[in-house]
Ligand binder design. Sequence first.
Ligand SMILES: [Ca+2]
Length: 410
Amino acid sequence: MIKRTLFIFLIALFLLKTAGAADYIVIYNATSTTTITSGWTNPTYAYASDNLRTYTSTSGAEQEYSGYGINIPSGATINKVWVGLEGYTTDAAYEELYVKIYDGTAWYTKIVTDYSSETLQWIDFTTSTTWTPAKVNSIKTRIYYYYSGGGGGCFPDNTLILVVLNSTHFGLKFPYEIRPGKDYAVIFHPKYGFLHALIEEVIEHTGTWELVKITVNKNVQILNYTLSWKDTLILTSNHLIFSPSYNTKIPAGELKIGDKLIDYSLGMLKEVEIVDIEKYDFEGKVYDIKLEEEYQLPDSGLIAISFSKEQIELLNNFFGYSWRIFRYLNGIGYAIVKVTYYVDWLPVRINYTIQECIRANPSISIIPENQEGNPGQTLTYTVNVTNNDNAVCGASPFNLSGSELSRNTW
Ligand SMILES: [Ca+2]
């Protein structure tokens, strides 16, 4: 009987396999919200896509969303990160909606594309940071609304606004003299003529503003005489003003010399030409005058006029009350528009990969295959066992048993 002892060298090799990777795209909904800067009405309506919408017309309004319940395991690879925005705006030209995402330590911001009817867009934040499962699990989002055409302030305090004094008289008031909820502004509408619109709110903003002083040439024909003079309007450069030259409203800061504005003088509505534009920085208060909603028409506006403090004092002393009536006839009409951004849904979408454990039979080789041995001699074999599982499975124990050796006979 030949005794043979088998010395086994167990060698386990791991092979990295790409097979066994599971790719996931998961959409998460917010379940919690915090107001950063007030202005978004019904903010919880952005939790789900159900045609219930949070909305704002307030420039600077910012709302935070969290509770997305993202729980991606630490071994996963993050491929893509998006924030979804389903919503629309009533005026895409003069406002911007910013979407922000938080990764646990920093915020990243993007401006969304504006649509005039409800549209779902996925804003790609993949390259904003090196995403890890821990970062993704910390995600919060924010929506921030900025309206460049109004909410940032409109009139400096040397602007006079035409208001209804009583049933027969009109007058001009400074923004700070207006009584919200009581005073009616006179607005001009190309189809309906002059309307009285309740001033709902006068919002005061303090800060540094770029003001635009617009000077127009005016003249009226009275019998055989032509009266000519210049008038000015001062407003913040982001304020919208209707110009027949563009047949739409544009920010006052974009007007050029030679452009036309609509003016009302001595009972006549006519186009007047801009003869001078001056821009300067102004530090102080500006006033955003909000009309009742049904009068926030895209093609109509308040009647307003601006003067220097010195001019106002001089004219006040000279004309008194009747001067105010007179100035009414020389106002420049322009548009104020209420713009609203509606957001139906603010989800987060993550594309990630998890490697799955896939078992495979090990491969075994014994070297050498044949050996000759004398009685008492020990033969040495090397057994290689290769673990063919993919890397995700980790190490496995292998047992070798039942070594049955056959004797070659000849
Ligand atoms: Ca909704």
